[in-house]
Design a protein around this ligand. Structure first.
Ligand SMILES: NC(=O)c1ccc[n+]([C@@H]2O[C@H](COP(=O)([O-])OP(=O)(O)OC[C@H]3O[C@@H](n4cnc5c(N)ncnc54)[C@H](OP(=O)(O)O)[C@@H]3O)[C@@H](O)[C@H]2O)c1
Length: 255
């Protein structure tokens, strides 16, 4: 039986960093999910035959179910499930289309929950689930309201899954980075250069996430700055933090 890792959003910034770290782990294959075939091919070219590219739009129910079929066909021993794919947009909530709202909730909440459901039967003691939430889950964040709310779901779900799965010896960690230097962040918004305070590299987030997952932690926070943000969210009224955040980003969104 093959030891594998399953990674969504493998073609993105954090995804690439996860691939590099997973190659150092005891896994025979890394099932790497993404929508972009050229980027998936590039992963294989760069990292070799351990990468199994799986082209899959996770918001397409039929394509998502291919993961279920592949599991039934190959009966692997899944050591890592990393729910990393995600969608984000900094914008006033009134400017979102119905489709954008539905897809963001689907990819950030429904898909990770379904994949956990599909994959847990193929996991044994010592297996790890890492769900990529965000520091924006610490309190409501105006102008990334939808994103922030979806990440609250993922953090809460992951932490209670970690509790429930203890008897099976499986861990589940909500990874909560602040700004990470990937293509998800738009350098300019509303004609202004965006300041990403406390931004860190994807490598730093991923190394800390795997370290924390191995310790069985239900949350991973990788920098002092984000630890400070987490502490503030516990001791100051959320209305104050929302106001500070809202004032600092409102210039980046259109009227
Ligand atoms: N960057 C940050 O500042 C930051 C901070 C906190 C948390 N995060 C979280 O970290 C995770 C990774 O983000 P990133 O920063 O690495 O962003 P990224 O470079 O934009 O990567 C996003 C990934 O999600 C995939 N994806 C999006 N929609 C998909 C769909 N419908 N089906 C399949 N795959 C889909 C993309 O695949 P395609 O190549 O097919 O588009 C891409 O691989 C996300 O969950 C994000 O919310 C990021």
């Amino acid at each position: 039986m093959k030891n594998i890792a399953i990674l969504t959003g493998a073609t993105g910034g954090l995804g690439n960093a996860f691939v590099r770290e997973l190659l150092k782990e005891n896994v025979d294959k890394i099932w790497s999910l993404g929508r972009n075939q050229a980027k998936l091919d590039a992963l294989v070219d760069t990292y070799g035959e351990k990468i199994v590219p799986i082209k899959c739009d996770l918001t397409n129910e039929t394509e998502l179910k291919t993961v279920l079929s592949l599991l039934a066909e190959n009966k692997p021993n899944v050591r890592f499930l990393i729910n990393n794919a995600g969608l984000a947009k900094m914008e006033k909530i009134t400017r979102f289309s119905d489709e954008e709202i539905a897809k963001t909730i689907e990819i950030n909440c429904k898909v990770p929950a379904l994949l956990c459901q599909y994959v847990i039967p193929y996991m044994d003691r010592g297996a790890m689930i890492l769900n990529i939430s965000s520091a924006s889950s610490f309190q409501p964040n105006p102008y990334i309201s939808l994103y922030s709310a979806t990440k609250v779901f993922l953090r809460s779900y992951s932490r209670s899954m970690n509790y429930e799965l203890k008897e099976k010896g499986i861990t589940c960690t909500a990874v909560c980075p602040g700004w990470v230097d990937t293509e998800m962040l738009k350098p300019r918004q509303n004609g202004k250069k965006v300041k990403f305070i406390g931004m860190v590299s994807p490598e730093r987030v991923v190394k800390q996430a795997l370290k924390d997952a191995k310790k069985g932690k239900d949350m991973s926070v990788c920098s002092l700055f984000v630890k400070y943000e987490h502490l503030c969210s516990k001791i100051y009224p959320q209305k104050w933090i929302m106001r500070v955040w809202g004032k600092s980003v409102e210039k980046y969104v259109k009227e």
